[in-house]
Design a protein around this ligand. Sequence first.
Ligand code: MG
Length: 444
Amino acid sequence: MRHSRKIYFLFFIGILLSCSNNDTIENSDNFLTIQPTILTLNVDAEEVNKYFTVKSDKSLQVNSDNPDWCKPTLSNVSIDNLKIAVSENQSSEERRAVVTVSNGLESKYITIVQAGVQADISVDKSSVLLDLGKREFALEISSNVEIAFELPEWIVEKEGNSWGKGKRRYRFSATDLPDELLSRDGVMIIKLKDHAEAGNFVQVRVFQKAITKIIAHRGFWSIPEYPQNSLASLQRAIDLEIYGSELDVWITQDGVVVLNHDPTINGINVENSTYAALSNVRLSNGEPIPTLENCIEMIKKSEKTKLIIEIKPHSTTANENRVVAAVLNMVNSSGVADKVDYISFSQNVCKALIADSPQNRVAYLNGNLTPEALSTQGYWGLDYAQNVLKSNTGWVQSAHTLGLTTNVWTVNATDDLNYFIQMGVNFITTDYPQNLKNLLSTYQ
Ligand code: MG
């Protein structure tokens, strides 16, 4: 009895083992296994291949619902016979794909979750200065995401740049600075393309500064047909299409504003004479002594050139106040205020012009006031002799920082012209405007 119980027990174990063998998947009528069995894969943004061993008693089909970047292939060998190739994710956003493995009766789903790249943008500079007439510039941009630009309307991206992972050189060009502007600045925004909400962006400030502008000293003269302070020399400056033509004015006893450099002409003191007393005066080209009114009529028709009116220091404050009032009345009533700048050696004249309107552009000539003092007193700018600016080399920069314009007179030698162009003065007053125009063209 004891012996037969032992036999029964062994028989029972044999049945258990037999059942276990019968339950193995290889012996099933229908099986589909995947190793490894983890069917949700988290991968980073890099390109990657994932391998699985798939076994089935029937032929298999595989496909992906996002085959553009997640491609399954089946090799039909016993090991690692499912390959899922995931391409690099260049966007900053996570993406998902599902690979389906099916033997027709059963399906398994492998979910691929791929992270987006960590957005990263850096630029080789945070600001760009465009001066001396230059308009083009480049930025070296490093990024691991595709980028886009938001540009001021006066900056355009030049062709020839293409997106690629890593550093790229992008080229830009500013449009011409309008004549009426001495400078302008703007901000370029470099951001993630199509993902502005990600908030990752870089700003680059661009400051465009006009190249030095030309002022013809007493008109564009130098030969007898075009004498200083004549209508002919003014017309020649207008024809040269330069920024400004300077002239000197006095007021006669009877209130006519006329052009002349010195207090006297042909021995006649202008302030103390009537306009009629000057009627016989002739310039070297035969012109009568010009009036400011004549000049204003000409400047009305000028598209580019302004009048730079130097009001001479008169013998009395009363005469200075008279000449200021007469000039302002003429300029304003003629509608040419935006085409006139004022200069004077006389602080009284300048103060009267500034007091009339802060819109009047007034620059001081005498060189004995610092940029800070000029700024405090409401001047538009300084207009100093070249030796003054060579002795005070920081004044141009100080003036610009204070928002003042800078003008230097009277600069004719090429070395000096280059010196002040490179110093960045806004205006150079010269006896040779054509030479300066030629020189400036070499900078661009
Ligand atoms: Mg002058």
